[in-house]
Design a protein around this ligand. Sequence first.
Ligand SMILES: [Cu+2]
Length: 315
Amino acid sequence: MKRLFVFSILIFALVTVFTLPVTAEPAFELRIREAWVIPDENADSLPLNIVINNPMELDTTYTLVGAEATIGEVLLPDASVMLTPGLNVWDAAGGQLALTHIEQLHVGDAFALNLMLADESGTAYDFTVGVLIVEEAPQPAPFELILPWVRPLAEVPMDGDMSDMEATEEAQMGDMSDMEATEEAQMGDMGDMDMGGLTAAYMLLVNVDESDHTLVSVSSPIVGDAQLHQTIVENDVARMVPQEDGLLIPANGFVLLAPGGYHIMLINVTQPLVEGDALPLTLTFENGLSWEVALPVYDATFASLDLQFELEAPE
Ligand SMILES: [Cu+2]
């Protein structure tokens, strides 16, 4: 880990100005399509395939100044890598980014890739992408993710039996009198009660298609039960309502999944989720279309949430 750190700092110093802040703001406007790596035991390094939409209307070009992943060392090409306005496809043909000194890659798993970006003015941004480990490239779909994240989960129950805990959880939900009692606070309470295996996923899900789509189900190989929920506050009481009809994403529009609102409830998670991990997730839509993504694990702040709410509907 120390070596990775030195590596990224070196890149930082060589490629860009020295005034970049150490802690950068997340890059909110960038939209993730697909990101994947295909394991190959015989290769010294593996290409990192990433498709990112940098919205045209913002007319901003970013330079990649560093990249790191806990799973291995990220190699940057000698030439500077740019995110130009429009769709950016970094793939094996493009030879942009590669992974080397890889610890372990299991097909079906995922990891987080942290990219450090700088815009033309030298302002730095953090951009975290969940990368799928797959046997073949995932099918493209007319969707994009902005700031996807999964709340970390320190522990999971040893016996894997959550039936009693779920019953307790339901009881808990009906009795929230605090205005701040979102599902986040509820999870905090559950954590205190030693309720493992339960967390939530959030994102801004953009539909770039000309027709409406409805997200009807979600699944993950390491999640027993993933449900679409909405937290609703009535008479100062917060409760989570399963969205039986799914989540509608209007044509060329988006739906925001954020603490206190819509979210993907992850129940019976079988592995701890720590920063540096990513959760592989399959989103299935009403027409049978499914989209494989990976959501990076970290604890986003409420400050960043405000910015998400300020985003305007995509063109
Ligand atoms: Cu929930």
